[in-house]
Design a protein around this ligand. Structure first.
Ligand code: TYD
Length: 141
């Protein structure tokens, strides 16, 4: 491929959400054009993942995602721009935005973990980089 060292979209941000709450309980919402930095095209959930399992192991050329552990907890390990950082998602009012060329893996899933992912793209295998060496090459590292 000829697109190594390009200036790909590439960012990771931890975010906290406003919580609507009263004596009935709590509520968090996401709405296009309101409290999200991208428009949602796709939603998926990861759950029933054993704690010995590591998932992900890919980056995206373009996709932006917001990850939220709506139940339980999970560790998200990110590598981008030569930097490595792990984030623990353990509450429904906190999330991680992963944009573009970020190698990410997910592990230490609690048995009750439901990891919700909001994405700005339809599922497209062509947007994935699933080979780590290819990720290093494409991202110019
Ligand atoms: P995969 O990306 O391998 O999961 P993980 O990175 O969490 O280990 O996806 C698992 C399967 O689900 C794979 O066959 C692709 C499919 N899939 C969809 O069809 N649509 C989607 O939006 C996603 C995220 C995955």
């Amino acid at each position: 491929m000829s697109n190594s060292n390009q200036d790909f979209l590439c960012d990771v941000k931890k975010v906290f959400f406003d919580v609507k709450g009263d004596d009935k309980g709590r509520l968090v919402f996401f709405q296009n054009g309101n409290n999200l930095s991208f428009d949602i095209k796709r939603v998926f959930f990861i759950y029933n993942t054993k704690d010995c399992i590591s998932r992900g192991h890919h980056a995206h050329y373009k996709t932006k995602q917001l990850l939220v552990a709506t139940s339980g907890c999970v560790q998200i390990n990110c590598e981008w721009k030569g930097r490595k950082e792990s984030f623990v998602l353990s509450r429904p009012d906190m999330g991680l935005i992963i944009e573009g060329m970020v190698w990410h893996t997910m592990d230490n899933f609690s048995s009750d973990c439901v990891l919700m992912v909001l994405a700005d793209s339809y599922y497209d295998e062509a947007d994935y980089v699933r080979d780590y060496n290819e990720f290093l090459r494409v991202s110019g590292q």
